[in-house]
Write a protein that binds this ligand. Structure first.
Ligand code: HEC
Ligand code: HEC
Length: 477
């Protein structure tokens, strides 16, 4: 096991957690990473699959771009790795490995008229993690995918960029990377076929986990008929929540759940056991999130005060109560059945009986966590909710104005333009009519696609003329 020094936690705490979240990730580079020279060789050798540069790679898969800075002492900055990608140096060989951190999915640049902010912890709306994963499988079948060619390209890239790539190891690393990618392509063929829809900012979490659980338990884990697409959530509610999923299906100590999820990304249970300070550090960080930008548009304070009273009557029983500065004070997490809500059930139905069995295998959980199939969704904590669109577990509601529309009157098909400025009037992502020409950063939301119904949650619409006041109040949280 390669264990770079930066993964040793000297002191459990917020700063160590921040570093994991924003930069280094959980680790286990031999399992979760790719040697940097091979990574660069893949970009150069297969620009159609990955993009020719790290900037093109970021654009293609929805990562947040970072411009290369050749003068920087930091390797990530020098290479212009997107936010959430990191080069960690293997202490055995000196070779940097590209790994990913939480910020790959949980960081977002919000742009509105007159300003912008990079908010770590807010969901990346564009990330297409399955497409990225698939790109590694797609190249395996292409002409030019061979140990010889990748080895040559990797050596050229390492020499050109002065990256450590010792003669004694390069052949072994190249052969191992090629074999690992071939094996991965075989293991994940069915997952890749099922997730080709690639809705941005959504992850087939249960399906991705199912593949890994099947490998770890040695028994097949079935997929549900419909993919349970889940929008990447905002992590701002960590301190008050008791589970980490939209459907509350996995229970256990929060500081354990927060690292356990990385097993789906390839981290070994043994790695987690050898780094017990990571979970509590992430917890310390997530329990005290950095201040977020306040709603940057105009707020009618009188209207908001009226909305607050309606909120306490109609919404607080599920979403909790909030202090004037938007902190939640009275929240007890409890899922509400999808049927009662009237929202799409695909995500709660994604875990099958064989999934539940595998997820509770004591060899994996050591008895610390419990997975129980759920029938409902958790009411999200609404602090900083203005910045979080598209809303709902599948990102099925593009704006608060849309959520305030009675379910039967919501447009079932529309274009979301992620390249446009954030809409401070409707409060959410920019929406265009279904027939509008879709730009490069636009996608069509079609409620007829399984998993993407826009119905349900009529509570806000049910407040009738008061809905405007409630939305005004939500802007203040
Ligand atoms: C591939 C994208 C991705 C990466 C990388 C990722 N997450 Fe997540 N995260 C998700 C998704 C998707 C969910 C929702 C899961 C579900 O319910 O299906 C989630 C849920 C969460 C939640 C629960 C939020 C809430 O209040 O509901 C927390 C906290 C969290 N992740 C923290 C982390 C940490 C810490 C890391 C890094 C160790 C990480 N995530 C890495 C996609 C990601
Ligand atoms: C019976 C419980 C319940 C009540 C009452 C309720 N909600 Fe919700 N709310 C939920 C659940 C559950 C979700 C998540 C639905 C999903 O993920 O598909 C949700 C989602 C939301 C979201 C999207 C949040 C996000 O992070 O995407 C907003 C905004 C919201 N509710 C506002 C309100 C307002 C305003 C009211 C009162 C007018 C209200 N809710 C009343 C349960 C409730």
């Amino acid at each position: 096991m390669s264990d770079p020094h930066e993964y040793a936690i000297e002191r459990i705490g917020r700063e160590a957690g921040r570093k994991i979240f924003a930069t280094t990730g959980i680790g286990d580079p031999y399992r979760t990473g790719v040697p940097l020279p091979i990574f660069l060789a893949l970009l150069r050798g297969f620009p159609d699959a990955f993009g020719a540069t790290t900037g093109e790679l970021a654009d293609r898969f929805g990562f947040v771009r970072r411009a290369p800075d050749p003068a920087s002492a930091d390797l990530d900055e020098r290479e212009g790795l997107p936010i959430g990608m990191h080069a960690t140096v293997d202490p055995i060989t000196g070779v940097p490995f590209v790994v990913t951190s939480c910020a790959l999915c949980h960081a977002e640049k919000v742009r509105w008229r007159g300003g912008e902010a990079l908010v770590v912890g807010l969901a990346n709306k564009r990330v297409k993690i399955h497409a990225y994963d698939r790109a590694f499988s797609d190249v395996v079948g292409k002409p030019g995918f061979s140990v010889e060619r990748l080895g040559r390209l990797a050596a050229e890239e390492a020499a050109r960029k002065k990256i450590a790539w010792p003669d004694t190891y390069r052949e072994a690393f190249t052969a191992a990377a090629v074999a690992a990618l071939q094996q991965r392509a075989r293991d994940r063929g069915e997952l890749h076929a099922r997730t080709r829809l690639d809705p941005p900012g959504r992850v087939a979490t249960i399906e991705a986990f199912a593949v890994v659980l099947g490998q770890l338990t040695g028994r097949p884990v079935d997929f549900a008929p419909t993919v349970g697409w889940a929008k990447v959530p905002d992590v701002i509610g960590f301190a008050q929540k008791t589970t980490l999923s939209w459907d509350s299906s996995a229970q256990g100590p929060m500081d354990l759940l927060v690292v356990e999820a990385d097993v789906a990304a390839g981290v070994r249970v043994a790695w987690l056991e050898q780094h017990p300070g990571q979970g509590p550090s992430l917890g310390a960080y997530l329990r005290q999130p950095a201040p977020r930008p306040a709603f940057p548009g105009k707020i009618d304070r009188d209207l908001a005060a009226r909305g607050a009273r309606v909120f306490d009557k109609e919404c607080a029983r599920c979403h909790g109560r909030y202090t004037p500065d938007g902190r939640v004070v009275d929240y007890d997490e409890e899922a509400v059945s999808a049927e009662e809500l009237g929202v799409d059930p695909a995500r709660v139905q994604a875990a099958t009986a064989s999934f539940e069995r595998a997820a509770n295998d004591p060899a994996l959980t050591r008895g610390y966590t419990k997975f129980e199939r759920s029938s409902g969704y958790v009411p999200p904590i609404l602090s900083n909710v203005w910045a979080r669109a598209p809303y709902g577990h599948a990102g099925q509601w593009p704006t608060l104005a849309y959520l305030a529309t009675p379910p039967g009157k919501r447009a079932p098909r529309f274009v979301v333009d992620l390249g446009a400025l954030y809409d401070l009037d409707a409060v959410g992502v920019a929406v265009l009519p279904a027939e509008a020409p879709a730009g490069r950063d636009a996608y069509v939301h079609d409620a007829a696609q399984p998993g993407f119904s826009v119905l349900g949650h009529s509570y806000l619409a049910d407040t009738g003329p008061e809905a405007r006041a409630v939305v005004e109040y939500l802007k203040t949280l």
